[in-house]
Design a protein around this ligand. Sequence first.
Ligand SMILES: NC(=O)c1ccc[n+]([C@@H]2O[C@H](COP(=O)([O-])OP(=O)(O)OC[C@H]3O[C@@H](n4cnc5c(N)ncnc54)[C@H](OP(=O)(O)O)[C@@H]3O)[C@@H](O)[C@H]2O)c1
Length: 434
Amino acid sequence: MQQVNVGIVGLGNVGMGALTILAENAEQIALKLGFRLKVTAVCSRSAQSKTLPASLGPLLKTNDWREVVCHPEVDIVAELVGGTVVAKEIIDRAITEKKSVVTANKELMALCGCEIWDRAIGAGINLAMEASVCGGIPIHAVLREGISGDRVTALFGILNGTSNYILTEIERRGGSFEAILNEAQKLGYAEADPSADVDGLDARSKLAILAALAFGEKITPSDIYTEGIRRIMPVDFQYAHQLGHTIRLIGAARQTPAGLILSVRPSLIPKTTILAGVQGAYNAVWVRGLYGEDTFYYGRGAGPSPTGVAVVSDLMRVAREIRSGSPERVSPFAHERLGEYQPIPITLQRSGYYLRFRVEDRPGIIARLATVLAGKQISIEAVLQIQSENWRDLPFVITVEPTTEAAIREAIVEMSSHDYLVEPPLAMPMEKPL
Ligand SMILES: NC(=O)c1ccc[n+]([C@@H]2O[C@H](COP(=O)([O-])OP(=O)(O)OC[C@H]3O[C@@H](n4cnc5c(N)ncnc54)[C@H](OP(=O)(O)O)[C@@H]3O)[C@@H](O)[C@H]2O)c1
């Protein structure tokens, strides 16, 4: 039984998670594969101080990634460093050395995965990236293989565990965004610099990868309208609940007759939809296909073990291909714009909207807001106001009938000059039942 050798670069959360599984689950992995996966070299900046599982046996431990990538006894390189600079150098060098790569790097794959894939396939090696999107959910495999025969018409996801944790805690306990974020940072659920998570950038990278796979279209992060969750207040949940909805950071890719509309933004979703039940740091992806209709995928979006499983499973797949001599050649990236699914501006989206105002109370406010909306041909559906003593900062909500994002934006710009507003109005789309 000839083994396949693995080199791991990056011994952080994901690297150590994958190593632990490779060590603890080695026998079963060997049984499933019919050969062993052997870790022969590992690297991190502080590799010497890392305690590795003893059962891995003797291996090279270095702080120079080149020693792993160029090691004659490394067949597959796992890039688990992250970022777009060193990680790219590692992957580029691995391709030059004709070694297959497994990566968890959503940022790099969303940015230039397509070009990297071309070079990898040109060199006759493989590039696997299951761990880059939704940690423990095998969504890459699903879109690439499981439902690849379908024609996807929409994909909605809760793609960032940190922001979902923060939103569901605000919902559950009523704390402010700042207080819950602070707590999440102390618990290790949020980074010291939380912007990638709470400003939607992490979810945007994931949606770029998923939408490219789902629609066979060339998608870049700049195609995706992105808005984070910093403005969400406990009162927004109170209003959303009155409307039979909740609020989640939704990554959405939907086909319209004019093209593909892509967004990551806080949205109202009906409480009855399965996505509304996704709590805490969990992720979920809901896909609608023309033929197979709805499928739903749910699981842990991050963490050493769930993401480690994705890395190890990719290592197994690539190792199998190395042994059988047939690297998989179905590209997870589209290389050109196909037309039908070309991304189009978010301003063309049509939906009902939730508009939340914070005002210094005085007579005539609703009339002035209604005049602006009428001027944009937007029909009011409901006006909601929860009782409050604080007339200097009174929150209330107007929901409107389906209209375009362009009309809503024009209305918000016009309203923002009104002197009774404490802050510009907050607009969120109200998604239909999924
Ligand atoms: N964390 C998750 O749950 C999760 C989930 C899905 C995907 N991902 C992705 O997985 C990747 C890794 O994330 P992570 O959370 O494991 O990060 P992490 O905990 O910060 O680990 C990064 C590792 O890379 C090493 N490293 C950094 N620069 C290096 C260099 N120049 N040479 C050698 N080693 C270097 C670090 O070394 P030191 O240990 O010496 O500092 C550390 O071991 C990222 O692309 C991330 O987006 C993470």
